[in-house]
Design a protein around this ligand. Structure first.
Ligand code: SF4
Length: 342
């Protein structure tokens, strides 16, 4: 029998490093009664086969809006793409026909959400929901679809998959439901998976297990993976590179180890200081002061200036460009040198 692992290999195996997705100068806004919220302001990032990009930021940073634009969830008002390109394997998804975009989004790009319980249908068994992917997209018979659902459940390490295939989503723990979401995302062997806060609702131990599983499957299938998170602590071991977003812009991007060792933006530095460490038990945890800006009234100059301990007068008037600072790194801070070497 064809297995999950060898079926896609026979069709098309991605070569590591093949460019998959490139977001170019993307601008997205929301028109509401309160005015226009500029949610994404000129975002650029890319991910290749076999590569994991972590996109990091607090809520309102634009990280999820960018992902939702890629997957097409924001195709309708009040969200609107005002400029930019989303190139998937070299072709701009924003200029494709609706049908073509749907095909890519159904088969080539899969999404994993934070809340598996609301993403899964509560009145259908998980086996039925997994099998449906094969029935609808590949014309599999019911029997074959069920066998492949069990195989997928096994692959994401759901214990006793054959016995649990007819269980409903609420009969699984949060961690197991998230594994089922991963199995659904994997079912059609996409080129790219976008995981939006995939472990946020889980406790720390389960978070690590789910993250390890994602990393293992990604390496095995050589997919691209975009991991969207507010938690710098969960991506250190799995990401290749990180893009840090603030108020709709990328403020720092770097290979993961360089960013952890020497951040080049005060916001990243603050996020790193906020990660709890085992060796500072009893010490009060650092928190960046203030709140992210209201997107209807982003501060002049550097949007981070009201919260930044290094802000100068220049920061309050001049928007910092994203400077290339070498070694595949970039920082949008007037004082990136001082921050990097400070
Ligand atoms: Fe802070 Fe100024 Fe750098 Fe913005 S540009 S992060 S306010 S030092």
């Amino acid at each position: 029998m064809t297995t999950v692992a060898d079926r896609p290999a026979a069709e098309e195996r991605l070569t590591p490093g093949t460019p998959l997705l490139e977001v170019r100068d993307l601008h997205v806004e929301f028109k509401t009664r309160d005015g226009i919220a500029k949610a994404v302001n000129g975002v650029n990032y890319s991910v290749s086969a076999g590569e994991t990009l972590a996109v990091l930021g607090e809520s309102g940073s634009g990280k999820s809006v960018t992902a939702q634009t890629i997957t097409g969830i924001l195709d309708m008002p009040p969200g609107r793409v005002t400029a930019g390109q989303i190139l998937f394997r070299g072709r701009d998804m924003l200029t494709m026909s609706g049908e073509e975009r749907r095909r890519i989004r159904g088969r080539k790009i899969a999404m994993i959400f934070q809340d598996a319980l609301s993403a899964l249908n509560p009145v259908l068994s998980v086996g039925y929901q997994l099998g449906e992917m094969f029935r609808v997209h590949e014309g599999a018979s019911r029997k074959e679809a069920k066998a492949r659902a069990i195989e997928l459940m096994d692959r994401v390490r759901i214990p006793a998959a054959a016995q649990r295939v007819n269980d409903y989503p609420h009969q699984f723990s949060g961690g197991m439901r998230q594994r089922i979401m991963i199995a659904m995302a994997l079912a059609l062997k996409p080129d790219l998976i976008i995981a939006d806060e995939p472990t946020t609702a889980l406790d720390v131990t389960v978070q690590a297990q789910v993250m390890d599983l994602l990393a293992e499957l990604q390496a095995e299938f050589q997919m691209g993976l975009i991991l969207i998170t507010h938690d710098l602590g969960v991506v250190a071991d799995v990401a290749d590179k990180i893009a840090v977003m603030y108020a709709g812009r990328i403020v720092e991007t770097a290979p993961v180890h360089e960013l952890y060792a020497k951040p080049a933006h005060p916001y990243t530095k603050g996020l790193l200081r906020s990660i709890p460490r085992l060796d500072d038990k009893g010490q009060e945890l650092y928190a960046i002061k203030g709140l992210p800006p209201n997107l209807y009234r982003v501060p002049a100059g550097c949007a981070f200036n009201p919260r930044c301990e290094q802000a100068t007068d220049r920061c309050r008037t001049e928007v910092p460009e994203l400077h290339l600072i070498g070694d595949g790194r970039a920082s949008a801070c007037h004082l990136w040198k001082e921050t990097l070497h400070g």
